[in-house]
Design a protein around this ligand. Structure first.
Ligand code: DC
Length: 218
């Protein structure tokens, strides 16, 4: 039977990942955090000191990367890198790494593989536009910049890091700029995606809104 894909796109800090994870749990679907895949390759390039213009190595590393999602844990080549992929260093570099066309092709193929065997909720930047243009359900999350920065700051605090909100805001703006203006699969709303503004919503409301849509109740 054809598998169901629920695509959730939008800028960082809009609440996509938490919503996607909880929605997947409620529906008993597989949750795929596509951003984590770009982060994992970025981590690998940084730890192996591969220069950003060494396309051959990037393609080699990405092709051979064994990426596994195990509940809340994320494994790269058998190693648990759940924490490392969220480091500031990776966060600062991931937008430019994810702009590499050849790398995107490899990861997009891997993302499509997951949906061959499972119903999936997948979040990212190009899921509804490029990876699954025919996804049954598409959502596009937006949120006011101040709220996004405040939420990100809280995430960092939860992970033991205290970072000034101004710095986070600058970082978010920079990432938005790269993600929306890049040539390859820029972040944009698919024509048939439902826009969800999460500025004044709590996670449970977001999850319920999506759930009702998926269940055909709204
Ligand atoms: O969702 P995130 O912040 O973990 O994503 C990290 C980066 O990866 C983000 O700056 C853009 C990129 N990304 C992408 O280009 N395409 C995706 N499908 C998911 C993430």
């Amino acid at each position: 039977m054809e598998k169901v894909v629920i695509a959730i796109d939008g800028p960082s800090g809009t609440g996509k990942s938490t919503t996607a994870r909880m929605l997947a749990e409620k529906l008993d679907y597989l949750y795929i955090d596509s951003g984590a895949m770009y982060r994992a390759i970025t981590l690998e390039l940084l730890s192996k000191k591969v220069p950003p213009n060494d396309l051959k190595r990037i393609v080699e590393l990405a092709t051979n990367a064994k990426i596994e999602f195990e509940g809340e844990e994320f494994l790269l080549n058998g190693k648990n890198v759940t924490k490392e992929i969220r480091s500031l260093d990776v966060t600062n570099k991931v937008s430019s790494v994810s702009a590499v066309k050849e790398l995107r092709k490899i990861l997009v193929d891997k993302q499509r593989e997951y949906a061959k065997q499972h119903n999936v909720v997948m979040d990212g930047r190009d899921i509804g536009t490029v990876v699954f243009p025919d996804a049954k359900f598409k959502f596009f999350f937006v949120c006011d910049l101040n709220t996004r920065a405040a939420r990100r700051r809280q995430d960092f605090i939860d992970h033991g890091m205290k970072i000034p909100v101004e710095k986070i805001m600058l970082e978010l703006k920079k990432r938005d700029e790269i993600d929306t203006k890049r040539k390859e699969s820029p972040l944009r709303k698919a024509k048939d995606a439902i826009e969800v503004n999460t500025t004044n919503m709590i996670i449970e409301e977001q999850v319920n809104l999506l759930l009702r849509r998926v269940q055909g109740l709204d």
